[in-house]
Design a protein around this ligand. Structure first.
Ligand SMILES: [Zn+2]
Ligand SMILES: [Zn+2]
Length: 237
């Protein structure tokens, strides 16, 4: 389910050549895996190692960023090699970037354990959750962020419980109105915009978020919906 026209090596970031699936050995953990990417420099990375490299990237950026803008933080994560065009690790990245921006904007939480908790909860949304169970992982990730910073649980009463469900609900409605096919970038941007607005309105923490986003990923997305997407950057050709 990878539809990245410009797949990149998780180690060096160079474009890889798609090859017929072959048995290979991961250069990091030494385990065998089915490889279909040929890196010009010969890097071989199994899906598990790519996954942990992505989580390390998310953490490194979120733990060191001073930005109040969750979009900026997410873009820093998205521009690093391990995160693919469409990748279930967006289910961790969205909430993590929101948390970092929230703390840099005056919100309070214990960064390290909160990051872990958001990633555990967001990461529980399986790949393709949008189309398979009708619950996009970027929305889940934003919900996990909101739940962690408000201390919401299944036993929370009234608006604390209500607001976290309100947030994911609003994200899903906004995504549904656009229609498919899925795009992890588009849905991440939508979820973040909804979360930033609700945090401002309900929690009084003002995070920065761009008024207009021009997506730079459409060339990599085989299923980009182009003009139907609010973030599509029209190019003069
Ligand atoms: Zn490489
Ligand atoms: Zn490996």
């Amino acid at each position: 389910m990878s539809d990245d026209k410009q797949r990149r090596c998780a180690v060096c970031g160079e474009p890889v050549v798609k090859i017929r699936v072959t048995k290979d050995v991961c250069g990091i953990c030494g385990k065998g895996f089915s490889n279909e990417d040929l890196c010009p420099a010969g890097h071989r990375v199994c899906p598990e190692c790519r996954g942990s490299m992505t989580v390390d990237t998310i953490n490194r950026i979120c733990l060191s960023s001073a930005s109040r803008n969750s979009y900026e933080i997410l873009m820093a994560i998205m521009s690093e090699p391990p995160l693919r065009m469409h990748d279930a690790k967006h289910h961790m990245a969205v909430g993590s970037a929101l948390l970092a921006a929230y703390l840099n904007s005056g919100g309070t939480a214990d960064l390290d354990p909160a990051l872990k908790e958001i990633q555990k909860r967001g990461g529980s949304a399986p790949p393709g959750a949008c189309g398979f169970i009708g619950n996009c992982g970027a929305a889940v990730s934003a919900g996990a962020f909101y739940s962690v910073v408000t201390g919401s649980s299944p036993y929370s009463e009234g608006s604390v419980w209500g607001d976290v469900n309100m947030l994911t609900g609003k994200c899903l409605l906004a995504m549904a109105e656009v229609g498919g096919p899925r795009c992890c970038k588009r849905n991440s941007f939508i979820a973040m915009g909804v979360a930033v607005a609700q945090v401002r309105e309900k929690l009084g923490i003002i995070m920065e978020y761009p008024e207009k986003i021009e997506c730079g990923f459409s060339d990599r997305n085989e299923e980009c919906i182009k003009e139907r997407c609010a973030f599509y950057a029209k190019k003069l050709e």
